[in-house]
Design a protein around this ligand. Structure first.
Ligand code: ZN
Length: 73
């Protein structure tokens, strides 16, 4: 596990399909709001075209407290 150089949050890395490393939040539990306006805390998943759930992680740039600094790295 690594730490973000901008905000110090714990982050992990996922290899992208292009071979790069995408920084993601270490915690895969996130708070989301449903279309009905209900706030839910849980693991992030999307359903693909085959109806299978795909677990995902939150890219760290979307939650970083210093996103401007983060992009410069
Ligand atoms: Zn950060």
């Amino acid at each position: 596990m690594s730490k973000c150089k901008s905000c110090g949050a714990e982050i992990g890395f996922i290899k992208t399909s292009k071979g790069g490393n995408m920084p993601v939040d270490a915690n895969e539990i996130a708070t989301i709001v449903t279309a009905d306006g209900i706030t839910v805390r849980g693991r992030i998943a999307v359903i693909n075209d085959a109806g299978e759930p795909i677990m995902g992680r939150v890219p760290h740039w979307s939650t970083c407290k210093s996103p401007d600094e983060f992009r410069r790295q």
